[in-house]
Design a protein around this ligand. Sequence first.
Ligand SMILES: Nc1nc2c(c(=O)[nH]1)N[C@H]1C(S)=C(S)[C@@H](COP(=O)(O)OP(=O)(O)OC[C@H]3O[C@@H](n4cnc5c(=O)[nH]c(N)nc54)[C@H](O)[C@@H]3O)O[C@H]1N2
Ligand SMILES: Nc1nc2c(c(=O)[nH]1)N[C@H]1C(S)=C(S)[C@@H](COP(=O)(O)OP(=O)(O)OC[C@H]3O[C@@H](n4cnc5c(=O)[nH]c(N)nc54)[C@H](O)[C@@H]3O)O[C@H]1N2
Ligand code: SF4
Ligand SMILES: [Mo]
Length: 899
Amino acid sequence: MTTAIKTVTSGKTTCPYCGVGCGVNLTLPRSATEAVPPVSGDVDHPANFGRLCVKGSSLAETIQSDDRLLTPMVDGQPVDWELAIETVSAKIAQVIKDHGPDAFAFYLSGQILTEDYYVANKLAKGFIGTANVDTNSRLCMASAVVGYKRAFGSDTVPCNYEDLELCDLLIMVGSNAAWTHPILYQRIAAAKKQRPSMKVVVIDPRETATCDIADLHLAIKPGSDAAIFSFLVSDSAQAGILDHDFIDNHTTGFDVALAQANESTPNLSFTAGFCEISAQDLERLASWWRNTAKTVTFYSQGVNQSSSGVDKCNAIINCHLATGRIGKEGAGPFSITGQPNAMGGREVGGLANQLAAHMDFATPGAQGLVQRFWQAPNMATENGLKAVDLFQAMEEGKVKVVWIMSTNPMVSLPDTAQVRRALEKCDLVIVSDCKAHTDTTAMADVLFPATGWSEKDGTVTNSERCISRQRGLLPAPGEAKHDWWAICEVAKSLGFQEAFSYQDVHEIFAEHAALSTFENNGKRDFDIGHFSQITQAEYDALAPVQWPVPKGKSEGTKRMFGDGHFFTPDGRARFIAITPVLPKSQASQEWPFTLNTGRVRDQWHTMTRTGDATSLAKHTAQPYVEIHPKDAKRLGIKDKALVRLTSLYGEALLKAKVSRAVAPGNVFAPIHWTQQFANASVISNLIPQVVDPLSGQPESKHARVQLEAVSDICYGLIVSAVPLVLSDCLYWCQVPSEQGCHYEVVWPNGQTQASLKSIDVEQNQELAEKIEWLEYLNPVTQQMRLAKLVSQKLTLLVYLHPQPEAIMADWLISRLVINTPLSVKDRLAILVGIPANIEDKGEIVCSCYQVGSKQIEKAVESGICSVDELGDKLKCGTNCGSCLPELKRFIPSVAELSV
Ligand SMILES: Nc1nc2c(c(=O)[nH]1)N[C@H]1C(S)=C(S)[C@@H](COP(=O)(O)OP(=O)(O)OC[C@H]3O[C@@H](n4cnc5c(=O)[nH]c(N)nc54)[C@H](O)[C@@H]3O)O[C@H]1N2
Ligand SMILES: Nc1nc2c(c(=O)[nH]1)N[C@H]1C(S)=C(S)[C@@H](COP(=O)(O)OP(=O)(O)OC[C@H]3O[C@@H](n4cnc5c(=O)[nH]c(N)nc54)[C@H](O)[C@@H]3O)O[C@H]1N2
Ligand code: SF4
Ligand SMILES: [Mo]
């Protein structure tokens, strides 16, 4: 990055990762050549009060990337912005003329800012005339949105983060918050520590780090959640804990919903059987529910990513309405959002089945209202295509131009083979991204270089409706431009100059605020009219605030529905009758395993940002599949061995992680690895395009797969001074490392020699003469080690072993860069693989202080018996605290100690 540094030296901004939305202090480097100093948490931000998790703490490491997209590209050639904009707008104009506006689509992301979202939505729905504006949020919280709208008449999150600390019972459903919303999890853990009577229940088929604070873990049959909440409604009626005043005065539909609940889940033992849990455990939950008015149900992707995700959300909401546990301190149904600005997207209406500003196409008068406000020449009149339908229409040739912004559908949409076919068929694929190389930029005809976090300016809304600023403190690299700017330039080039001539981003925010309050008069929940005249200076100084912020209420709104008024036509909340059903994809003889997918602690999505932070790669270096020991034994799969997963749609190669955290018959795999990091581990290859009929959200948590051990192979580790092309490998995974390149590989037996030749083509004749090979073969273990020295310096090291092995890659890599000839001792050590005087840390558990499992085990063996003592000795867990649940597992329980 070469551009000059601005005069400001530091500023407050918001973390670009999860929906907790923590405030971050960013300090600028003193010169363009210096590294960005580590960030810190903003003590004034109401989401985190100064704390950051491990991803947030590592943000500075991810800013200066070598793989930034620095210039617009058309058909693989760098061009200037003018030509790129012209190319795009000419094609859009022609396609609209020939095929109508619905041949164009935006595919956006909960990671763009509200202002970017607003102009994209306005351009498509008011000016081009299509509602084909969908987003990766479809894969994330679409079911939660529809659930809220069915119940409340509006997409309103009732609760706030304080409620998580104030409640007496917290039910966490389908959420691994310890890893995915770490700062909220830490707030919950701290509240529970202070008030041990507070109960936490985790409902998840898998045992996760979140279970660490659970008083009760219900490892239910995958997808059976709705039955639990259906049962809680009928049980509440039987136990006489219904809030009749609330039901009578503020809701409709209770009798029908209760009758359905009684029929679907007639009693405790039926429900426990349906969910495959013990009746005692279910009774424990039910009795806590009966006796605890202050209950929050906190739910995430284990609920939303389901073919009946909306019903599951409403089953949860029904329980809260029936007992009046909503709109009060420490009570409510709390859908937690994943992305930093999934909420902002919902607010502008950036989904294909929304119009704008929390209005739908079907909202009476809404189309006219928005048309008048925008002075729009070509209003869309009906819902557009939801993500999966959109890519299917693309494959059918109906959508001919797609503009993908800030998302990587080649990795995140289900059935990536279909996504590839769709993008191949599409006449013009425009991709706006910060990175040059992603699985999706590889499919683009036109690339727009985007500014990223720390460079771009705007607002995001977190899970508790809190709007806060992301501030552009660093200069844009190369020709990168803000997303809103690129959208407005295309709009102007299409002839819509007047409506898109914003001088600065605060003008977009002001317009968004003005629309939210336009002819609102309390009819719509989303009203931030207070900001409709906001000036640049006020916008720059904007402090975090929770919407609604109508005119005259500048302090915002902490909690919703305290007055029992809802945004339905009659002002009452609606009960929805629910029939619990299981996932569409059920295991069968041919496809005996249920594949569950999700996240790991230290990676974010498709690793385009976290993959740059080498410290974050240490926690989980390679893609894996978690498999129960019984299944592993039956299939002859050893820990760390290569496994092939196959579904009807594709396959993936992953390393086995044999663990009792998953139940027999279930496997779990993380979603993060792309073809940029591993050749054959994209998990969405295996997921069918099965969606919830109401929300269109894919059932990404449940796929049917087969599993097999890959045999006749040899495992390898390669460290190299330069990047290698590993085309001959069956499996390769590049593990981010500080220097050089680190690959984990697998070759078919017998192919190794040929493959080694293919990666080691030394073109330079002069150098070739200075090459020296060190070789070592252990005839007993069949382990082979090869080291290539050029002028006595190590440049390439290959370890081959018939079984998977944990090798101290870090130390080997560090030998690559010493610029002096290798000592005799090191020559020996690299072939043995273990340096004489360096401690093997094992797998890294604490990323902040790089403390590994072997160090922790040693400390525990020496008599340490609490996490606090571990922290005193090794510092692990004393910074961001993200590893605390894992650290606890190293500490022997009282029972174990007494054996
Ligand atoms: N480290 C990290 N944090 C992140 C992200 C990231 O990529 N990395 N991404 C962010 C985003 S966008 C999102 S949406 C959130 C997601 O946050 P979470 O929803 O907490 O994360 P997941 O790991 O996708 O899934 C949560 C849990 O659902 C469980 N589950 C699967 N099937 C079922 C079921 O049928 N019932 C129940 N009750 N549970 C089930 C899984 O076992 C898993 O533990 O995380 C956000 N935070
Ligand atoms: N099987 C399975 N599939 C899933 C899930 C699952 O649990 N299981 N989870 C789903 C969920 S909840 C989500 S949210 C998705 C996430 O999946 P994606 O949205 O596909 O993943 P990201 O890696 O976040 O993609 C963001 C892209 O935007 C780029 N980018 C970052 N900032 C900016 C910016 O400011 N402007 C522009 N133009 N580009 C930017 C990044 O470089 C990156 O390429 O995956 C979904 N897919
Ligand atoms: S919890 Fe971590 S990832 Fe989420 S916003 Fe806060 S610092 Fe960022
Ligand atoms: Mo998400």
